[in-house]
Design a protein around this ligand. Structure first.
Ligand SMILES: Cc1ncc(COP(=O)(O)O)c(C=O)c1O
Length: 478
């Protein structure tokens, strides 16, 4: 490397990407221009082809350049959405304890999930497959009473694990049913994964903003966190993560890879590959929560980071809660090299997950019903998201920014000057529940953000709630 790069523990490709990023910001490579080819980078910086390619991929993942087939990498022109969506937060990226008091308090007031709510990230029962699942549950209990009333010790139902392995092919991971452990929802999978790879006092790197229940898990296990900024479209900032990994011992990294909660960000494949490479370099496990990946609004389902994992260091966590039914509590983990520890912990914590829902869910997937259901609901979620965006654009004050997720059912909104905790109280007094920004941070950040749930079919009642919220926000942000 001929550039004056600082930290020698930073991987070479990250150093090279940083150097090119600096050149882009200095105007050496203006928007729309081509950056030096891989061969040129190799000559200029004395690095291998692989390092040069990885650096370009990282720049692409950061949204700085765009690959054009057979032409090379071109500097992105400023995307139109930039400035309209919340920015990635500045973060001191220091290890800190998690204060979960706020989430414990707000959790209680987040609303009755059976009624449409803007607060909790839950979906309407119209978007579940209740009738079919009821039939399959009845069938399971009738035809397999002994199985259904017995413990299904870890790793769980063989037919469900086979169904999950088939389903996983869409997410790009090809694993055997033996690699899968059934859990009671993704939350248990995340909890057990974190326990399997950490000890109290360890530090875990997380994306910021982060799923608040992850913060609760980390707090309950007496872990410290480093919050790594995440881009609202592309997810965790890999350059920042590389710096964190190079600076201090990190026991694990935890992210929601596809349509994250609350930001809706979805990592691109090059980023996913680069993340795995980075973690291989530092020998750090990844806890990947992918509960929203199946809810892509259009096109192919995004791949899981697990798809790029050749070392078994990704502990993948999935569930049917967001797609089919949160109440049946059927989830799974693919814990890779940590499977023995994971299975033991599952046994310690609750012996086994209920059997009948596993049998019913297996039938749903294997019959093709799950895929048909997904095709139907993905379109509905896209419509609901657009209806919410239109309503926010109409009723929130000028200067409001929001994300534009391509899947899932949460919208992340920033209103400069807003105190979302105060808004939470005012809105709750009118029967409207929201999730205020600081809920998604270990350090109380995102005070001027809020998360809106778009999981319910649009109704006049929801429209009226967003109108009312818009009035409250406008008054509060003055
Ligand atoms: C990112 C994320 N992970 C996990 C969960 C919980 O999943 P489960 O109900 O399968 O435990 C949620 C629910 O809101 C979520 O948003």
């Amino acid at each position: 490397m001929t550039t004056d790069v600082v930290d020698p523990t930073t991987p070479l490709y990250v150093q090279l990407a940083d150097a090119i990023a600096a050149q882009i910001s200095d105007g050496v490579h203006p928007p729309g221009s081509r950056i030096p080819s891989v061969r040129r980078l190799r000559e200029q910086h004395g690095v291998s082809v692989t390092t040069a390619v990885e650096a370009c991929r990282l720049l692409e993942a950061r949204g700085l350049v765009q690959a054009r087939p057979r032409s090379g990498y071109f500097v992105e022109r400023t995307p139109r959405a930039e400035g309209l969506e919340p920015g990635a937060p500045a973060s001191p990226m220091r290890a800190r304890r998690v204060d979960a008091a706020l989430s414990m308090k707000l959790n209680l007031g987040i609303g009755n999930p059976q009624r449409p709510t803007l607060g909790a990230a839950v979906q309407g029962t119209e978007l579940m497959a209740i009738a079919t699942l009821n039939r399959l549950l009845g069938q399971a209990l009738r035809l397999q009473p002994t199985v259904c009333h017995s413990y299904d010790a870890p790793p769980g139902s063989p037919i469900l694990r086979r169904a999950v392995a088939q389903h996983g092919l869409d997410a790009g991971y090809a694993v055997s049913p033996d690699d899968i452990v059934i859990t009671s929802g993704a939350k248990e999978a995340v909890y057990l994964s974190i326990r399997a790879v950490t000890r109290p006092g360890d530090t875990v790197a997380i994306e910021s903003p982060a799923y608040y229940a992850l913060l609760e898990v980390l707090a309950s296990l007496d872990l410290r966190v480093v919050e790594v900024p995440a881009h609202p479209r592309r997810g965790i900032d890999l350059v920042a993560l590389a710096k964190v990994l190079g600076r201090q011992p990190i026991a694990a990294v935890a992210i929601v890879s596809n349509f994250s909660n609350p930001s809706g960000s979805c990592m691109v494949d090059t980023d996913k590959r680069a993340l795995v490479d980075l973690l291989d370099t530092y020998d750090v496990p990844l806890i990947e929560d992918d509960v929203y990946g199946d809810l892509a609004f259009e096109g192919a389902r995004p791949k899981a980071v697990k798809a790029f994992d050749t070392q078994g260091r990704v502990l993948y966590c999935g569930s049917f809660s967001k797609t089919v039914s949160p109440g049946l509590r059927v989830g799974w983990a693919i814990p890779g090299r940590y499977q023995n520890d994971f299975e033991h912990l599952k046994l310690v914590v609750n012996q086994a997950s209920p059997t009948a829902p596993q049998v019913a869910m297996a039938g749903f997937v294997e019959s093709g019903g799950f895929d048909r259901h997904l095709r139907r609901v993905r379109r509905r979620y896209a419509e609901q998201m657009q209806q919410m965006i239109d309503a926010v654009d109409r009723t929130f004050p000028d200067g409001t920014r929001h994300t534009d997720p391509r899947g899932g059912h949460v919208l992340w909104v920033q209103v400069p000057g807003l105190d979302s905790l105060d808004l939470y109280d005012r809105a709750a007094a009118r029967g409207i529940h929201i999730a205020p920004g600081p809920l998604f941070s270990a350090s109380g950040a995102f005070r001027d953000h809020l998360r809106l749930n778009t999981g319910f079919p649009w109704t006049d009642q929801i429209a009226a709630q967003v109108d009312e919220l818009g009035r409250l926000v406008t008054a509060a942000a003055r």
